[in-house]
Write a protein that binds this ligand. Structure first.
Ligand SMILES: Cc1cc2nc3c(=O)[nH]c(=O)nc-3n(C[C@H](O)[C@H](O)[C@H](O)COP(=O)(O)OP(=O)(O)OC[C@H]3O[C@@H](n4cnc5c(N)ncnc54)[C@H](O)[C@@H]3O)c2cc1C
Length: 806
């Protein structure tokens, strides 16, 4: 066994083997995989191993397509059969919402050149004659869908990796992982130690136990999951081809051909957890006792749709464990608090995603960053707040809603609240409807009746009207927005300015009381973050960024060593904030402070420590609403007092509380981008008009990469679009993000954010386009159907920034 390696992968399931294979494919041959038993000994061996290309997230869709195409290549390369069957998949819509979802996906498939299109009933009956299509509103077909042999695929990855020099040690459990002072690792086994640069946790069902060896707690929880296989069905036995699989997600089951019978699996409401206190070390190639009663309702729906399921006897039942994260996406990427420890845990559709997941893991380790923005997978989307109780509640929710549509703007309730601010109860009584942002409860909108919850759908919902009222109040008078969920950091010390200059791309403010906007640059030269940095003293800076990306950004801040005597710490938990904005914001705030807020004394982009309503706070004259406004940041203990004073002072002016959904609409009216939507490492500064904030005459994190990409013309451009459908009819829909954009029938881009601009009376969208200029007429595929839209040459709200500076 090797004693030194570039990477040690722990776990020989389909995921560990794919990572090993892709590491070798991208050039690392000095890599080792450790497997405690035989390869495939976790969830892998008993999987139904269905493969699908399509996903609501575009990047995950791309990854799944890569994976589907890889299996045939892998067979050819290694000579190991992957047991690939690709008879296609039929997707059925029983409801209007499912139809909207499928049509949107078909539009995306057209944009990205993926094979997914509508078929009529006659064609569907020809493709799968055993299905009863009554009550089906629309049918889509994915010709490459199908299934693979789980053990064949895993062994093919292993063979391919070995052929490129990797070592695989079966029956060799990793018994310890110890970080060394130089950042490298020792992985301990009974057969000896391996000194390695990277540790990869791909231990599947035992992901929690392997993480614990490095002192880590991962939010993971296993459940049972069942499918059954029928005896031979005469009609299938008589066919000379294989039937496509059936994705009848409204029926909450999956169904495909297995041998000469059918395989049916279900995600039941009455789900069952397994191994809550840890996965037993001795658990091997084992299954649980059958419990078909638990999935009876799903089975009955499958029988209604495919009557042959009900008449054939059951040949075999598989009830096995799988392990879930709180949102059912993988926990992926290097652990921000550790050096070179890579997690790849909690994968549900392992066979649809194994290839892309292995490729991205190898890219991240070898090239420093993935090509696609994978924040949806990044383990840093959860923090310590995602505790055991939260994880369990969420896993119950995601398991039992596995096939439910995840609507745009939907906020699911399980496991909440986990992180609240002092004003939470007060906001509740004011009718706040809350959303979850990195664990924090934050008001999305204020309903007339406390206890109101969102309705969900693709069209405008119950919040649409009230959010319009909030926007109108702010634009006409003023609004008070709770922004406590923003991430806040303080950098202090004699070298604070120098250190921040070596992290961020823009020049840090020289004068006390000045602020600047600055991008953070990723490994490939893209936008890894956008921040407001304020100099509060000679040696003290406040940095404000995206709350959901707080743990993600740790990786970047940790990459530049802090000079001795200079500190950098998060104050997100300790500090709360409000944005008070609108034409009467100054009148409102001036009633509470003796500091002059007149523009001559307190101009745009200035900041100061002031007293307001008896509370010491940091005031910044900035506003994401695009209107005249201040951000006020105070200690958590003062939050309630400040909020009460702001609301009280606002009353005579007709100002009141405003939620996050209104902020979304207001910032889109102004054309402001936001992190993870418009800004992500996939985009170059010149594509998002942030190039003016990148100062190439100084050194900063990933400067060489950004200097290189900025030599190129923009590949796409961020633009603002006004869509037809600007009337206020509740049955209309606005863009929400992800909708393809076409020009004369040709795909030219996609929406990143959408919102109704209540003040300007336009349905708006921000998006990336190529080859079309402002003024051009395009089509945006809202609900999967073409909506005429025009590319605007300037934001419809305050294009010259006069209100902001007033
Ligand atoms: C009933 C059922 C049906 C499914 N159907 C599908 C489907 O249709 N399509 C689909 O895509 N997915 C399906 N899945 C999910 C799929 O099985 C998983 O996504 C996939 O197998 C996860 O693979 P993994 O490599 O992450 O984990 P695992 O398969 O659990 O592998 C982890 C490996 O790590 C090893 N290990 C653990 N600890 C150590 C240690 N200390 N040292 C060394 N090795 C260690 C284990 O022995 C194991 O071999 C199904 C799952 C179940 C339960």
């Amino acid at each position: 066994m090797r004693t030194h390696a570039q990477a040690v992968v722990i776990g020989g399931g389909v995921i560990g083997c794919s990572i090993l294979y892709h590491l070798t494919k991208l050039g690392w041959s000095d890599v080792v995989l450790l497997e405690r038993s035989e390869l495939t000994s976790g969830s892998t061996w008993h999987a139904a191993a269905n493969i699908h290309g399509l996903h609501d997230s575009t990047n995950i869709s791309r990854i799944q397509h890569y994976t589907m195409n890889l299996y045939n290549e892998l067979e050819a390369e290694t000579g190991q059969s992957c047991g690939v069957f690709q008879p296609g998949s039929l997707y059925l819509a029983q409801t209007e919402n499912r139809e909207h979802q499928l049509r949107l996906q078909a539009a995306k498939a057209k944009l990205y050149g993926m094979n997914f299109y509508e078929v009529d009933r006659a064609e569907a009956e020809r493709l799968h004659p055993l299905v009863n299509y009554d009550g089906i509103r629309c049918i889509m077909y994915e010709p490459d869908g199908g299934n693979v042999d789980p053990s064949g695929v895993t062994n093919a990855y292993a063979t391919g990796a070995r052929q490129r020099g990797a070592e695989i040690h079966r029956f060799t459990p990793a018994t310890g992982t110890e970080q060394q002072p130089d950042g490298s690792w020792i992985v301990r086994t009974d057969k000896g130690d391996i000194h390695t640069q990277w540790v990869v946790n791909a231990a599947g069902l035992w992901g929690r136990e392997v993480a614990a060896m490095a002192g880590l707690t991962l939010p993971l929880q296993p459940t049972e999951h069942q499918y059954f296989v029928t005896e031979t069905i005469a009609e299938i036995a008589a066919m000379d081809r294989r039937l496509p699989s059936v994705a009848d997600r409204d029926g909450e089951y999956y169904l495909r051909q297995e041998g000469k019978g059918l395989l049916v699996g279900a995600y039941e409401q009455n789900m069952k957890f397994w191994a809550e206190d840890g996965t037993p070390q001795g658990f091997g190639h084992e299954l649980f006792a059958d419990d078909l009663e638990r999935i009876e309702e799903n089975m009955l729906r499958a029988i209604d749709r495919v009557p042959a399921v009900g008449t054939a006897g059951i040949k075999r039942v598989i009830n096995g464990p799988m392990i879930w994260s709180p949102d059912s996406n993988v926990l992926f990427g290097p652990v921000p608090e550790l050096h070179n420890y890579f997690c790849c845990n909690g994968i549900i559709p392992g066979f649809s995603q194994s290839g892309g997941m292995g490729l991205l893991a190898a890219e991240w380790m070898i090239e420093g960053e993935t090509k696609y923005d994978m924040f949806a997978w990044d383990m840093a989307r959860f923090g310590a707040w995602a505790d055991k109780a939260f994880t369990k509640a969420k896993v119950r929710e995601v398991y039992s809603h596995r096939f439910a549509i995840h609507f745009p703007n939907e906020e699911r309730p399980a496991g909440r609240p986990v992180r609240v601010r002092p004003v939470y109860e007060m906001q509740k009584t004011m009718g706040a409807v809350f959303g979850l942002n990195y664990g924090w409860e934050h008001p999305l909108w204020f309903a007339d009746t406390p206890g109101t919850v969102d309705t969900n759908g693709f069209t405008r919902q119950n919040w649409w009207g009230p959010v319009g009222e909030e926007c109108k109040m702010l634009r006409e008078r003023a609004g008070i927005i709770d922004i406590s969920n923003f991430a806040k950091y303080v950098c202090k010390g004699p070298d604070a300015e120098g250190w921040l200059n070596s992290v961020f791309a823009n020049n840090m403010p020289k004068a006390i009381g000045r602020s600047c906007l600055t991008p953070l640059i990723g490994k490939r030269g893209g936008i890894a973050g956008d921040f407001t940095v304020t100099r509060l003293a000679e040696d003290e800076f406040w940095i404000i960024g995206s709350g959901m990306a707080e743990r993600y950004h740790r990786r970047f801040f940790g990459a530049v060593p802090l000079p001795e005597g200079t500190t950098f710490e998060s104050v997100t938990e300790a500090v709360c904030g409000f944005n008070v904005a609108g034409p009467k914001a100054r009148d409102l705030l001036q009633r509470l402070t003796n500091t002059s807020l007149a523009t001559v004394d307190f101009p745009f982009m200035r900041s100061a420590r002031i007293e307001m309503a008896g509370v010491d706070l940091v005031a910044l004259r900035v506003s994401f609403t695009g209107d005249l406004g201040w951000e006020l940041h105070c200690g958590e203990a003062d939050q309630k007092r400040l909020y009460e004073a702001l609301l009280e002072a606002g009353k005579p002016l007709g100002a009141g509380p405003v939620g996050g959904r209104a902020l979304m609409s207001l910032r889109v009216e102004k054309g402001y981008g936001s992190w993870s939507r418009e800004y992500s490492p996939e985009y170059w500064p010149q594509e998002v008009a942030l190039d003016r904030l990148v100062k190439l005459d100084k050194d900063f994190l990933n400067k060489a990469a950004v200097a290189e990409v900025m030599k190129n013309p923009a590949r796409e451009q961020l633009v603002l679009l006004a869509l037809d459908g600007s009337d206020t009819d509740a049955s209309n829909a606005d863009a929400t993000g992800g909708e393809p954009i076409f020009h004369n029938g040709k795909g030219v881009g996609r929406v990143t954010s959408g919102a109704y601009g209540y003040w300007v009376g336009m349905s708006l969208a921000l998006g990336y386009v190529k080859g079309v200029a402002p003024g051009a007429e395009v089509e945006v595929m809202v609900l999967g159907k073409p909506h005429r839209a025009r590319i605007l040459s300037e934001p419809p709200f305050d294009p010259k920034g006069e209100k902001l500076r007033a």
